[in-house]
Design a protein around this ligand. Structure first.
Ligand SMILES: [Zn+2]
Length: 224
């Protein structure tokens, strides 16, 4: 691939964007900008933005958009100073105002989005994926299983320590439906936003993750 690849991963919770973003980052050596980690990193490093973000995180509030966009800006400026080959953005933008702010930032940094990869899967599959996580009840072990992708060898028993597995409240079917509702209300309008800008590439997220990845790579090579 000749030029830089600037990608946003987009899709409902459970569509598999995190998995794909990590794989792509690893194989194409593209920096993976995940806003959750970005915030945690800034807090740990006690940067000016990190100290401000910490106040919101500690009081259980969402870190405001302008702070997140400034964290992304800081990161992109650092990346651009090195052998810049592009970036993968995951978990941002989630709303139209965030997308507008990102657009302004990319223009300022003279970066162009290559694609917004829209990983799609039907609701029943998403709910099943989101409610299939099981955790080891032994706090010293903390192993994580998934009834679809990483089944425990024995039902409801940790492979590593034999303790019973449990389902977190955030991982129940009810919680999954709530997350998907929120996604439809706040984030789904971005689909049209990016489609209107001719940036959206639809990818079927129902196949297994290897096939989804190969499809993404095909699309990226075709666009070059
Ligand atoms: Zn265990």
């Amino acid at each position: 691939m000749k030029k830089e690849i600037n990608i946003i991963f987009f899709g409902a919770p459970g569509a598999g964007k995190g998995t794909q973003a990590k794989k792509m980052s690893c194989e194409l050596k593209l920096p993976h900008i995940d806003t959750g980690s970005l915030i945690r990193e800034a807090i740990t490093n006690k940067t000016e933005l990190g100290i401000r973000a910490q106040q919101f995180v500690e009081s259980g509030k969402l870190v405001p958009d302008n702070l997140v966009i400034n964290l992304i800006k800081e990161k992109l400026i650092i990346l651009k100073d090195r052998n810049f080959n592009g970036f993968i953005l995951d978990g941002f933008p989630r709303t139209i105002p965030q997308a507008d702010a990102l657009k302004t930032l990319l223009e300022e940094l003279k970066l162009e989005l290559t694609y917004v990869l829209n990983i799609q899967a039907p609701e029943n599959i998403l709910i099943k994926r989101l409610s299939s996580r099981r955790l080891c009840s032994n706090k010293n072990c903390g192993a994580i299983f998934n009834l679809i992708t990483k089944r425990p060898k024995e039902e409801n028993k940790c492979d590593l320590c034999g303790s019973p597995l449990y389902q977190r409240k955030d991982d129940t079917e009810e919680a999954a439906k709530e997350r998907l509702n929120e996604y439809h209300n706040k984030t789904a309008p971005l689909e049209k936003y990016y489609r209107d800008q001719n940036k959206l590439a639809d990818i079927a997220g129902t196949k297994d993750s290897e096939d989804v990845y190969n499809e993404i790579i095909k699309i990226l090579y075709l666009c070059q």
